[in-house]
Design a protein around this ligand. Structure first.
Ligand code: ZN
Length: 112
């Protein structure tokens, strides 16, 4: 029996994961389903602009953290024609890795 959350394997006598307080399942869900259900993306706060967003994105990808950039004013394609406001960009990162991402971002800013 396995815990669907922490994926720990238990003996047949155990029916609830003591750590997660979740009912054990005979089989773990496939990894794909797992990432879909747990990956929630949130915008990284205090990003000064698109250049920084690109740099932080590169650093996160080096750490194998999935992320993507989204312009705040989506649908306003003309904003990309050189005069786009710097504030109009958000870098989305997985919610459960937000702390790590903020740390990486801060480390980067210190070196600029
Ligand atoms: Zn568990």
């Amino acid at each position: 029996m396995f815990c669907p959350k922490c994926r720990y394997e238990y003996t047949d006598q155990v029916y609830v994961c003591p750590d997660c307080n979740l009912k054990l399942v005979p089989q773990l869900p496939t990894k794909n389903e797992d990432t879909v259900s747990t990956a929630r993306f949130v915008p990284l706060p205090n990003l000064p602009g698109r250049v920084y967003a690109e740099m932080v994105k590169g650093a996160l990808e080096k750490e194998n953290i999935p992320c993507y950039i989204q312009a705040a004013g989506i649908g306003n394609a003309y904003q990309f024609s050189g005069t786009m406001p710097l504030e109009g960009v958000q870098l989305y990162v997985p919610e459960d890795q937000l702390e790590t991402c903020i740390e990486i971002q801060h480390n980067m800013m210190d070196h600029i």
